[in-house]
Design a protein around this ligand. Structure first.
Ligand code: 5AD
Ligand code: SF4
Length: 470
């Protein structure tokens, strides 16, 4: 067994301190050992966990869902809001307790929290029982670190990496729908956001590598790929490429379904809209975070667009992409947000009638510009705004979902329904979750489903027939 060598494109002439040099078979060493992996946060982390899982299993570890029997516990963490960090710190308490009786357990802290210097300091001071702290730019160092014996806590974090890894290997969670990284990092520096600090500069993978990965996934039987980036529109800026060109090349692989997240409203080009409208296998679904409906707040957030520009883009998408569903992200209680600013946000939600929205109360992230902005709105007011916003958002998701009642829609069936084990579940082309009454044999297929019930967050339906491509 060899771990694959990685192709690491070194940008801006910096040297890479990344290597995989395992020429022996280590599966014997870890054969009876188990790993427990918990993922917090966004799709990027979910996909990184698939890489971590690959490393762990290549070394011989077996997966366990039971924390008590794990030899290695890996926490792939999120730093986007304070409550994400609180959850991890809470879970670490359990791990500490476990380690009291078992000195053969290794605890690994990976992900975005490891890229926050204040958090690393806290872990080094108060959580010495954490064995390894590894950053987002060097998860490929995990095997090396697990193979070595250390007498004290190891911190292996490279900040602001300029590297682009091309042939990362993954143990994917699904055999039907796959995540595909197209770029890393974010340069937008929205004033509230920690991501540019935890994930580094925007850097794109080579177009050819991405297309080859999609072709390979198609060959393996995958029906869907989701192209991942913090801001996919920025794809290619550093390598003289564009996202619209990439999207078109991926569409031409003829994989059945293509999705992408996340799009920034600032540089969403007309070419991108045209390509999405042109190819049937690019799904008519766009996640387009607005964050606020007040121009004053958008400026303070450094979002680079006005409410009017956003609404114009929204209108264009609806006009040019047949049946497109659009969802958004909204933050309430940003420093300086008044009731009048908030009402402007509600107005935009009414205009856009979103298919769905992820809504958050502003969370102060140390080191970001917004953390220093005066914020005198009480938490109770912010919570009340969130509730009013959610009521409106749910009203429109429900209204949009009701339009599908009694209609037949195409659903890619992904597995057993969590709600009812006799049912299966999947997503419509517009990314609506459907619990389907139908045979298990349709898992992995795109089928016609009749919608029998529509709620705010999901649909119920009955299997009608397979879709036969002619
Ligand atoms: N506080 C609250 N929400 C945040 N987000 C990002 N940073 C913060 C923060 N500091 C939200 C944004 C973003 C989504 C992924 O998380 O809405 O689009
Ligand atoms: Fe954060 Fe803004 Fe980048 Fe999105 S675009 S990851 S909100 S800095």
């Amino acid at each position: 067994m060899h771990l694959p060598d990685l192709e690491v494109a070194k940008k801006r002439g910096q040297s890479a301190n990344i290597y995989i040099d395992l020429k022996e078979d280590y599966t014997a060493k870890f054969k009876d050992k188990k790993y427990f992996l918990r993922t917090y946060g966004c799709q990027m982390n979910v996909h990184d966990s698939e890489a971590l899982r690959n490393y762990l299993e290549t070394l011989g570890f077996q997966n366990t869902e039971n924390l008590e029997e794990a030899n290695v516990i890996v926490l792939n963490t999120c730093a986007i809001r304070e409550n994400a960090k609180d959850k991890v710190i809470g879970f670490l308490g359990k791990c500490k307790y476990l380690k009291k009786n078992r000195d053969d357990v290794k605890i690994v802290l990976a992900g975005c929290m490891s890229e926050q210097p204040d958090v690393v300091k806290e872990i080094m001071t108060n959580h010495q029982y954490v064995d390894i702290i590894i950053g987002t730019h060097n998860i490929q160092d995990l095997p090396k670190l697990l193979l070595k014996e250390f007498s004290k806590q190891v911190v292996e974090v490279y900040s602001n990496s300029d590297e682009v890894i091309e042939n990362m290997h993954y143990k994917r969670d699904s055999k039907i729908s796959a995540w595909v990284n197209i770029m890393y990092g974010c340069d937008k520096f929205c004033t509230y956001c920690i991501v540019p600090y935890t994930r580094g500069r925007e850097r794109s993978r080579k177009l050819e590598s991405i297309v080859n990965e999609v072709k390979e996934l198609k060959k393996q039987g995958y029906k869907e790929v989701t192209l991942l980036g913090q801001n996919v529109n920025a794809y290619g800026k550093d390598i003289n490429e564009t996202f619209s060109h990439l999207l078109e090349c991926v569409a031409k692989t003829n994989i059945e379904r293509i999705r992408f997240v996340t799009s920034h409203p600032w540089n969403f080009t007309d070419e991108m809209i045209e390509v999405i409208a042109k190819y049937k296998n690019i799904m008519p679904y766009i996640h387009l975070p607005i964050q606020s409906g007040s121009n004053k707040i958008l400026k303070k957030m450094n979002r680079r667009y006005t409410k009017e520009e956003y609404l114009e883009l929204f209108r264009k998408m609806k006009a040019k992409i047949p049946g497109v569903a659009i969802t958004t992200d909204i933050i309430v209680g940003f420093p300086g947000e008044t009731e009048a600013d908030f009402l402007e946000t509600l107005e935009v939600v009414k205009k856009c009638e979103y298919d769905g929205a992820y809504t958050f109360i502003f969370s102060k992230r140390e080191g970001t510009p917004a953390a220093k902005m005066p914020d005198d709105t009480p938490l109770s007011v912010k919570e009340e705004r969130l509730q009013r916003l959610n009521e409106l958002v749910n009203f429109y998701s429900n209204k949009n979902n009701q339009k599908l009642l009694n209609r037949e829609v195409e659903v890619l069936i992904l597995g057993d329904s969590e709600k009812d084990s006799k049912k299966v579940f999947g997503y419509t082309d517009t990314m609506k979750l459907v619990n389907v009454d139908g045979p298990k044999s349709i898992i992995g297929k795109i089928v016609k489903v009749k919608i029998t019930e529509a709620k705010s967050f999901s649909l119920d339906g009955e299997y009608v027939e397979d879709i036969v491509n002619v």
